[in-house]
Design a protein around this ligand. Sequence first.
Ligand code: SF4
Length: 363
Amino acid sequence: MSPAPWDIGLLAVDAAVAATPMAARARAALPGVRQVVLSPGDPLPVSADGGRTLHVKAHKGRFLRPCPATRNYRCCGYQIIHIGENCPMDCSYCILRAYFRDRTLTAFANTGAMFAELDRTFGRDRTRPFRVGTGQFADSLALEPITGHTRELLGFLSDYDNVILELKSKTADLTWMEADPHPERVLPAWSVNAPEIIAAEERDTAPLEARLAAARTCARAGFRVCLHFDPICFFPGWEAGYAATVDLIFDYLQPADIAYMSLGSFRCLPELPRRLAEEGRALPAYMIGEFALGPDGKKRLLRPLRVRQFRFLAARLAGYGFSRGLYFCMESDEVWREVFGRTPRMLGGLAAHLLDVARNRGG
Ligand code: SF4
């Protein structure tokens, strides 16, 4: 029997969701894995072989949340559907390192409650458009072959033509396409980075070529895709690294295949280097540099260095004819002005602009 995906050694299902379709799919997808049903109050067991635990449970709080933004940085107006917690991949810069200290992966199986909440929001006014994603605390698709969460969500959303769902991942998983969603209502998205960063800092993720090949498959099926340069890291040789990635993108895709692309500079909670040291990991070169503490409490590369990197990438992308759908994740008006010569307000607001770009409207 082939090894379980993501080194999962235990499937723990809460009794409250044991009869759900998601629990059934997880059981079927993990045939050789020890499986237990937990009664209320039972402690979560650990996997005897040191593997990961997949905990299938109900989520008690709100499912739809606004993306965290601050007054000082321009947010893109994205809303996130909370499908689960933690990620089986291991990126040195990942914010989840600050939230989850163990190897337990959580998937929320009470999709009936989720759909009821989403209907109250999306169904209230069908003329109001929404741009949403999944996985604020997880990769959108890492567990998709096991949970089928996105396929179920796409089935639900097929009735809501006012909702565009972005699926952001560092895997090359395309099993969600089995739900046969309308291509205009799904934006498959991949994070991309310089080859050096992917090789050294993004453990267990799909190679860049595999992500781009998946993006090309989507483009050929009529979807427009999104790419996110995030986090852009400052390291010796970054120009050559990021130039190589931009060049590779256009080996696989045409500019018209890409709805939008974000640029986000590396930012982290100040305790991240200590967390890595506690795990016995050497401090990556890109974390040793000149940083300032932003108003959101996160460390950011000094603004002139950020602007230098943004200008470099914007110019390289423009050389391939891609510029309209380019935006910053969490940057100030000053940075927008310095790089693009305009602010989100001049575009009619970033959220509205990206909705237009996502729906392929505007000039
Ligand atoms: S793939 Fe995303 S969620 Fe997973 S470890 Fe990397 S940055 Fe974190």
